[in-house]
Design a protein around this ligand. Structure first.
Ligand SMILES: [Zn+2]
Length: 350
C-alpha cells in the first residue's frame, strides 16, 4: 500500500494553532494496524498466514500432450504454468486463452534454437479477489540511479520491492508446491503499474508509472525481495497485437531465465531500448546471442535455476540455485556477466 502522500498532505494543511494530539493518535494507530497486518516474510517462507488463497481448476479443453509434443527427454527444460482469472471485467479483452496458447507455442519456437524447452504444465482458471485484478508492482523507488554505477549494480544496492498489495496478490493467486520457486508462473492481471524515477529537468527527478503489457519481476531488479515461492511470477496484461502474441511471453521468460534487462550485443541495458535483432530489446528480434559479444545471453540461460534435465528415472535434476539472491552478478554466472559503466542521467556540470 502506498499512502504516504496522503499523510504528508494532511500534515501540511493542519493549521498551526490546532491541537495535534488526535492526529498523531490516528497516525500511531495506523502504524500499529500496519505492523500487525503486515506479512513479514523471509525468502524461505512457504506458508500463507492471513491471505485467503484463490482456488483454481485446470482448463481441460487444452490437449497438453499435443501442446508439449516437442518435449524431448534429456534436454534442458523450464516448467511454465498460467493463471487466467475467470472474473476479469467484461470490457477487458486484451488477453484470451487462444492468445496465451499462441504465445506459449511461439516461446517454444523462439527457444528451440538454444536447445532449451518450454514445458507447459497447465493453464488454470478460477475466481480471484477482484481487488487483485489491478496492482502496482513495486514501491516508488527512493534512490534513482545517478550514473556512478550501472543499472545492475544499482539494483543490487537498492532492490525493487513489491507493494504490500502486490505481495498479497501473489500469495492469493500462486499455489505453493515443492518446486514453486523454480517454476515460471504467468498471471493474467488487467493492469500492472510499474513506477520509476526519471529526470524531469535539471537535477530534479519525477516519478512516472508505466502500464505494462507484461512484467517479469526479474531477479536482477528484485534480488531477494520477492517471497521465494513466488519469485517465478510473470504478469501478462496485453497480448492484443500479433507482435505481442509472438514475442511477449518469450521476452518476459527471457528476463527471468537470462536474468538481463533490455540489452543486445553492444547495447547496454536500459529500461526501454528499441533495436532490431535480439529477443531482449523492444522490436521484432528473436535472437538469443552467445559469447561475450552477445552479452552471454545463451550461457546465462543455460545456467538458470529455472532449468532442469530429466534423468532416466524421470527425476528432475535442477540447475544450482542462486548464491546471492540472483542479482545480475550472482556467482552462479561465474564470468558470464558484463561490466560496464553507468550512464549519468543529468548534465555532468550540475
Ligand atoms: Zn522487457
Amino acid at each position: 500500500m502506498y499512502h504516504s502522500p496522503t499523510y504528508l498532505k494532511k500534515v501540511f494543511i493542519i493549521p498551526q494553532k490546532l491541537n495535534y494530539a488526535p492526529f498523531f493518535l490516528l497516525l500511531a494507530a495506523t502504524f500499529l494496524f500496519q505492523c500487525s497486518s503486515k506479512q513479514p516474510y523471509n525468502e524461505d517462507q512457504t506458508t500463507s498466514l492471513n491471505v485467503k488463497k484463490a482456488s483454481w481448476s485446470i482448463i481441460d479443453t487444452i490437449d497438453y500432450t499435443t501442446l508439449n509434443a516437442d518435449i524431448e527427454l534429456s534436454k534442458p527444460t523450464m516448467d511454465v504454468g498460467v493463471y487466467l482469472p475467470s472474473n476479469l471485467d467484461p470490457d477487458f479483452k486484451k488477453i484470451t486463452l487462444d492468445r496465451i496458447v499462441t504465445g506459449l507455442q511461439a516461446a517454444k519456437e523462439i527457444y528451440a534454437p538454444t536447445g532449451v524447452q518450454v514445458n507447459v504444465l497447465w493453464i488454470k482458471t478460477g475466481e480471484i479477489n477482484p481487488s487483485y485484478l489491478s496492482i502496482q508492482a513495486n514501491k516508488v523507488p527512493g534512490v534513482p540511479n545517478t550514473g556512478y554505477i550501472n543499472l545492475y549494480k544499482h539494483s543490487q544496492r537498492h532492490p525493487a520491492e513489491l507493494t504490500e498489495h502486490a505481495s498479497n496478490a501473489l500469495e492469493h493467486i500462486i499455489e505453493v508446491e515443492e518446486d514453486s520457486h523454480r517454476t515460471l508462473y504467468f498471471v493474467v492481471f488487467q493492469d500492472v503499474f510499474y513506477p520509476f524515477l526519471t529526470v524531469s529537468e535539471g537535477r530534479n527527478w519525477t516519478m512516472k508509472t508505466v502500464r505494462t503489457g507484461g512484467l517479469s519481476f526479474p531477479s536482477y531488479s528484485y534480488p531477494g525481495t520477492i517471497p521465494k515461492p513466488y519469485r517465478g511470477v510473470i504478469s501478462l496484461s496485453n497480448l492484443e497485437r500479433p507482435d505481442r502474441q509472438r514475442r511477449t511471453i518469450a521476452h518476459e521468460i527471457g528476463h527471468k531465465v537470462m536474468n538481463v534487462s533490455h540489452e543486445y550485443m553492444d547495447i547496454s541495458p536500459e529500461h526501454e531500448v528499441y533495436a532490431d535483432g535480439g529477443l531482449m530489446v523492444y522490436g521484432n528480434g528473436e535472437e538469443i546471442p552467445s559469447e561475450e559479444a552477445g552479452r552471454w545471453h545463451l550461457e546465462r540461460l543455460l545456467l538458470s535455476p529455472y532449468l532442469y534435465v530429466l534423468d532416466s528415472n524421470g527425476i528432475k535434476k535442477w540447475n544450482p540455485d542462486y548464491q546471492e539472491n540472483g542479482h545480475y552478478y550472482d556467482p552462479i554466472y561465474m564470468n558470464y556477466s558484463i561490466d560496464f559503466p553507468g550512464t549519468p542521467a543529468i548534465a555532468e556540470d550540475w
